[in-house]
Design a binder for this molecule. Structure first.
Ligand code: HQG
Length: 177
């Protein structure tokens, strides 16, 4: 499949599996899963037909592993703005995690800490380079260091998605540097 088609399909999946399933009449269960048949039928009705083979290819080749297939179900593994319970186990994080952002948010983050904003959780990266790329989506990247081990010791819960993104509800400013 050509790369542009794969990216278009991935963006279509992100839109409807994370944010706007209602736009195409798709129903996600509590854990964010949709029936593949229902998704493909809804996409076709929406004027964006996708074959099962194309879907399998996009899920398998997505550069960030954004989607998971489980038999006849599919979900986004992170990034939702619709409420979902991904049902991931609480997992001890590494001592340090990283958050990529951009300069114009730094003052507010220093006051309020990291908040999930539109998404279901704050997204943290396991290494600086990944965080830098996340921040670069919004401007000149700034990488914040999160003292995750200390947070966990203080009772904050962390979960990790199948594509290596760490999730937590919020990060108070005292754990940032
Ligand atoms: C910022 C992409 C002001 C935060 C990425 C970020 C990631 C605050 C923005 C995933 C704030 C939210 C998630 C506060 C946080 N005041 N701004 N108190 N707290 N912010 O997109 O982490 O390609 O919702 O720094 O790679 O950028 O979609 O979160 O800039 O993994 O799969 O508010 O999305 O993955 O932005 O990105 P986002 P994010 P995908």
């Amino acid at each position: 499949m050509d790369e542009r088609r794969a990216v278009r399909i991935s963006k279509y999946l992100a839109r409807h599996l994370r944010h706007r399933p209602d736009r195409i009449g798709l129903v996600l269960d509590r854990e964010g899963w949709a029936e593949v048949g229902a998704l493909l039928a809804a996409a076709a009705r929406d004027g964006f037909p996708v074959t099962r083979a194309e879907l399998d290819h996009v899920v398998a080749s997505d550069g960030k592993g954004r989607y998971a297939l489980d038999g006849n179900r599919i979900r986004a593994v992170q990034g939702h703005s619709v409420p979902v319970d991904l049902n991931l186990p609480v997992t001890p994080p590494p001592e340090l995690l990283y958050h990529g952002t951009t300069g114009r948010f730094v003052a507010a983050i220093g006051r309020e800490g990291l908040r999930p904003m539109g998404r279901h959780a704050v997204h943290l990266s396991p290494d600086r380079e990944t965080a830098r790329r996340v921040g670069a989506r919004r401007g000149v990247p700034v990488v914040l260091v999160v003292r995750a081990g200390r947070m966990a010791a203080d009772g904050h819960e962390f979960r990790v998605t199948s594509n290596g993104v760490w999730l937590t509800a919020s990060v108070p400013p005292r754990y940032l540097r």
